[in-house]
Design a protein around this ligand. Structure first.
Ligand code: GLY
Length: 386
């Protein structure tokens, strides 16, 4: 018998009501001893994940219409204004911060201040575009001997929807043109022949020439950092949705097919598909993000009636194959990695930021966000954020 996703959604809502009530005012990244930390003070306000709890609150509001979630989401969005006062705190992750907060608010209520914030963020993101190499620069200088001026990363595919949104909102094609130029560069330089994906590519910032790639947060050069694979899977699907350009759909399919064939038997996703057997680190954020990507891609294929021309082996349509992949990973998260105890702040327990970090398998807020988004997609509760 299939999973009862409705029941899971209700369980999440029940838990989150308690979590949100006792964590009012916080912007969490992780939980220690089942208690959320708080990144809302001056020192941490620019942290790249600070939009995800806002997104969680808006998804909960969309599902329940409970004013508590709306009020807390608005408070969090206000706090992010401090980021605009720190040039170095602004980076390629503008989409991760202002799509789940200000754009979400604007989509629901047409709030003027939210539109203003999201447009400022989009303009800053567009300003990171390197015209020599047609890419959006990742990160700022790190204050060490690494020269990152020519670096681009696959994660940025998920920030492009902020540019698509700005163009649509303003009726001005400039933002979209930058997003498309970056997506084309990513397609050419990040996607390997077998459908796996690089994390970091360094270009010569003055000539735009490809220099080299880096292992980044994965196991090493040439490996497949799973979260990077998911940013490409979901990101190219979204670029297809926003542009209708078939080459992005084909790229998403190529990445999705490679990812699907590497999902382990138990459905739990490692930090890197090429990591050694020992130690075997899990990253449940990758499972949650990939599920969102697979479900969205399946929907695009079904609604666009594109299954007829892209059919998988053994008569299973591509979209059924992607739905099965998502359901396998989400079932594994539900059964093996989810903490539904309303007394505990975190949902997913085994997330990993980076293979070579000291710590692995702990709660991370974007894991919770994407898990909820995926369950909402399956149960018709989703607010479209990206
Ligand atoms: N965008 C950074 C990460 O996925 O960890």
């Amino acid at each position: 018998m299939g999973k009862n996703w409705e029941e899971i959604a209700e369980k999440i809502i029940k838990k989150e009501r308690a979590v949100v009530e006792r964590n009012r005012g916080k912007i969490p990244y992780t939980a220690k001893n089942h208690v959320f930390d708080d990144r809302s003070d001056k020192k941490d306000i620019c942290w790249w994940t600070n939009g995800f709890y806002g997104g969680t609150l808006w998804q909960l509001y969309n599902a329940t219409k409970d004013e508590l979630f709306k009020d807390c989401a608005k408070e969090l969005e206000d706090k992010l204004d401090a980021v605009f006062m720190d040039y170095n705190g602004m980076d390629h992750d503008a989409g991760f911060r202002w799509l789940p907060t200000s754009v979400a608010n604007y989509r629901l209520f047409k709030t003027k201040e939210s539109k203003n914030r999201a447009l400022l963020a989009a303009a800053n993101l567009a300003g990171r575009f390197n015209m020599n190499g047609n890419f959006i620069r990742a990160w700022n200088d790190w204050g060490d001997d690494r020269d990152t001026t020519g670096w681009a990363i696959i994660d940025c595919m998920m920030n492009l929807p902020l540019l698509y949104w700005a163009s649509e909102e303003l009726g001005d094609p400039r933002f979209k043109a930058i997003a498309v130029a970056h997506a084309d560069t990513a397609m050419k330089n990040f996607i390997r022949e077998d459908g796996s994906v690089r994390h970091i590519v360094g270009f010569n910032p003055a000539t735009g020439e490809f220099d080299r790639d880096y292992g980044g947060q994965g196991y090493g050069e040439g490996s497949s950092w799973t979260r990077g694979q998911t940013w490409a899977l979901y990101g190219f699907t979204l670029s297809y949705i926003h542009t209708g350009d078939r080459k992005y759909l084909e790229t998403a399919i190529k990445v999705a097919d490679r990812f699907a064939e590497r999902i382990p038997k138990d459905g739990l996703i490692p930090v890197d598909f090429d990591q050694p057997d020992e130690p075997w680190y899990i990253d449940s954020t990758a499972a949650a993000i990939a599920s969102c990507g697979f479900i969205t891609l399946a929907k695009v294929l079904t609604e666009g009636k594109l299954n007829d021309c892209i059919t998988a082996a053994n008569g299973v349509s591509q979209s059924d194959k992607y739905m099965a992949a998502a359901e396998k990973m989400l079932s594994a998260l539900d059964e093996l990695d989810c903490d539904y105890d309303p007394e505990h702040d975190e949902l997913l327990t085994r997330c990993s930021a980076s293979y070579h970090d000291k710590d692995h398998e702990f709660p991370i807020i974007y894991g919770d966000y994407y898990y909820i988004e995926a369950i909402w997609k399956l149960t018709g509760r989703e607010l479209f954020i990206w």
